[in-house]
Design a binder for this molecule. Structure first.
Ligand code: BEZ
Length: 230
């Protein structure tokens, strides 16, 4: 099981830890939780009360306002119970010096979502042999379709600046006919997508199109200034 780019993300039902709910417990249907016109990020963790996961959740707690400015909702997933998520969130807030946790954590005790979304880590198990989730990242568009996924093993923490960077690229390339080159960041030159002719590109990008001369003589390396604000 798993999910491919372009698939509608499953509209699963789940129990979540939500610091604003009574007893911290809420039940959601995923698409309703995302709402209309929002991007969303679902990221999974192997387990509550583990060190790398604690640094990651602390980082997201610090970045949650940045994601909100990008019209992007964030939700974590860890197989443990809502009660454990509640206890762990206090450790995370203390460690990352946050007054509010800022985002929910899905509980997946039967590993149903972990299996459905292809997030089981073959190398990680509980003491009783229950499988654990890897560090998956799913970025979902306002149309509820999967736009990007990444899978990391339990032993490598993610770079959340990179996750912000790819959301910026995805949001730009969803509306403008550009692609973003290696290590691109907001404001850098973008590349004209290959399906656009040079004449079409010149009309579409009034700031100009620069064609880089290549040994092959082919004119496929076409740059244009970042069109974010046009
Ligand atoms: C961690 O979050 O530190 C972790 C979790 C499972 C395996 C290895 C590391």
């Amino acid at each position: 099981m798993g999910i491919n780019l372009g698939d509608v993300f499953p509209n699963f039902e789940a129990e979540i830890f939500d610091e604003t709910a009574a007893n911290g417990l809420k039940k959601i249907k995923f698409h309703e939780w995302i709402g209309k016109d929002s991007w969303s990020i679902l990221f999974s963790h192997p387990r509550d009360f583990t060190p790398v996961c604690t640094t990651e959740l602390g980082m997201v707690s610090q970045l949650v306002d940045d994601f909100a400015k990008m019209k992007t909702k964030v939700i974590a997933l860890s197989c443990d119970s809502v009660e454990e998520h509640k206890g762990w969130s206090k450790d995370v807030m203390d460690y990352s010096k946050q007054k509010a946790f800022g985002f929910p954590i899905i509980s997946d005790p039967k590993r149903e979502l972990a299996k459905q979304l292809g997030m089981i880590d073959p190398d990680e198990q509980t003491e009783t042999g229950m499988p654990l989730t890897c560090r998956a990242v799913f970025i979902i568009g306002p149309d509820y379709k999967l736009k990007l996924s990444m899978l990391y093993p339990a032993t490598t923490g993610r770079n959340f600046d990179e996750i912000k960077r790819v959301v910026t690229s995805l949001q730009l390339t969803a509306t403008k006919k550009v692609a973003t080159p290696a290590n691109w960041k907001l404001g850098d030159k973008c590349m004209v997508i290959p399906s656009l002719s040079l004449d079409e590109a010149k009309k579409l990008f009034p700031k100009g199109v620069e064609v880089c001369q290549m040994p092959s003589g082919k004119g496929y390396m076409r740059f244009t200034p970042d069109p974010s604000d046009s």
